[in-house]
Design a protein around this ligand. Structure first.
Ligand code: SF4
Length: 430
């Protein structure tokens, strides 16, 4: 029977040690092993650094883990991630820098690797599709998957299986959001190749409606660990109020590996699971006629339609979609807005009844090439398109959007926990 540990986090590194001991997490570790730690450092934004709580693996726990590995005798320790570049050139190394990882290099001699720059190897999903996975993730002896306790707007929860998507090269990340493949079918294959020997879920903070800037973080103070990635994820999901059978990527992974999705088939050591369940929402409400986020209906926004993102929207275009929601709101002055539909992702289809259809990004342009519902297509090319082009297009189409409203909103999101009790930025420094 696979074991999962749940440990209450106190400020000392003993908490992590206890979580690892309880699940016998270092049973397969050798002092000579090439160790790879894969934290979750989704993306970085220099202008508006995301409030880190529940978004990033805490640097505190990563440092505690490095100390435990060093005590064990390990000297070949690498921390690897492939963060999304919201702005060109601002990716993994910027996240490492912003979250104190350079200090881990000088203090402990760990190496930092940007998987976006790594050589990669072809790993097959089936006879026709393959994923390119960073070589360091494939060639390490002991991979430690180190996600955060969070929900996700497409996959409901984002834990160990989802965190390994960061080992993929960019083109493969995009492939996972393919319109004919299922996102939650694709990315669990990364675990088949990377084979993490230990999964540790950082639950110092948990994130509801997880995204980079927009979720709500809660202090939770737990650590979940297991040598079995699915077992750790199932307990993490349950803690956030989700039954493992409701998570599609658990189902696809469990089916392939002939594993049980019943928690009764796993041993839980440490804290009682029931004592830590706190349901967290994953989804955003949308208007009934799918014309925009719930707030559109509340404020009476009409005219413009922004259908809800789907699972083909990849991380490059996701910030653009969020920005459009806020910009459209900024253009609303109580009167109906021009009849414009704004589409994103890879498979949305334009609906009839709009004077213009704005197509954000190369994928959605292609998907609507011959759509007879479109009166006047307005293409914003790019993969992803750039912010300035999007703003200009909205204005050219007659929407009086205010970029300052967007910038102000982002600033407010970036600073929303500043000075609030329980939100301690020192968790993200070494
Ligand atoms: S255009 Fe957007 S949705 Fe399409 S692959 Fe590029 S970033 Fe992803």
């Amino acid at each position: 029977m696979q074991t999962v540990s749940i440990v209450k986090y106190t400020k000392s590194s003993d908490s992590l040690k206890q979580a690892i001991v309880l699940c016998n997490g270092f049973a397969d570790l050798k002092a000579t092993d090439k160790v790879l730690i894969k934290p979750n450092l989704v993306a970085w934004d220099e202008l508006f650094p995301p409030a880190p709580y529940g978004v990033f693996t805490t640097t505190r726990l990563v440092e505690d883990l490095v100390i435990l590995l060093k005590e064990f005798g390990c000297n070949d320790i690498t921390i690897g991630e492939g963060s999304v570049e919201i702005k060109k050139g601002v990716g993994t190394m910027a996240a490492f820098k912003g979250l104190g990882y350079y200090e881990l290099v000088s203090k402990y001699g760990v190496k930092l690797v940007d998987f976006n720059e790594s050589n990669a190897e072809k790993c097959a999903i089936d006879d026709t599709i393959h994923l390119m996975i960073a070589r360091e993730a494939l060639q390490s002896d002991f991979v430690i998957d180190f996600p955060v306790l969070k929900t996700h707007g497409q996959t409901r929860i984002s834990l160990g299986l989802k965190n390994l998507k960061g080992c993929l090269k960019l083109a493969s990340k995009k492939l996972c959001h393919h319109p004919e493949l299922n996102l939650e079918y694709c990315f669990p294959f990364v675990a088949d190749y990377v084979k993490p020997k230990l999964t540790i879920i950082d639950g110092i903070y948990a994130l509801e409606k997880g995204a980079l800037h927009f979720g709500n973080a809660y202090k939770k103070d737990i650590i979940i660990a297991s040598t079995d990635i699915l077992a750790a994820d199932m307990v993490g999901a349950k803690v956030m109020g989700y039954d493992p059978t409701d998570i599609t990527h658990f189902v696809t992974y469990a089916r392939r590996h002939k594993k049980s999705l019943s928690l009764q088939d796993y041993e839980i050591k440490g804290e009682k699971l029931e004592d830590h369940i706190q349901p967290l929402k994953w989804d955003w409400s949308w208007t009934e006629d799918n014309t925009g986020p719930g707030v559109f209906a509340k404020m009476g926004v009409t005219g413009v339609a922004l259908p809800k993102y789907d699972d083909t929207l990849c991380s490059g275009c996701s910030p653009i979609a969020n920005m459009c929601n806020i910009l459209v709101l900024s253009a609303f002055k109580g009167q109906p807005l021009p009849k414009i539909e704004i589409l994103n992702g890879k498979k949305m289809q334009a609906r009839a009844g709009y004077d213009k259809t704005i197509l954000l990004g190369n994928c959605i342009i292609k998907a609507n090439k011959n759509n007879p519902n479109i009166k006047e297509p307005v293409e914003v090319k790019g993969c992803p398109p750039n912010f300035e082009d999007v703003v200009k297009t909205l204005k050219d189409c007659g929407l009086e959007v205010n970029e300052m409203a967007y910038l102000g909103y982002m600033k407010q999101q970036s600073e929303k926990y500043n000075g609030k009790e329980g939100y301690d930025p020192s968790y993200y420094t070494a």
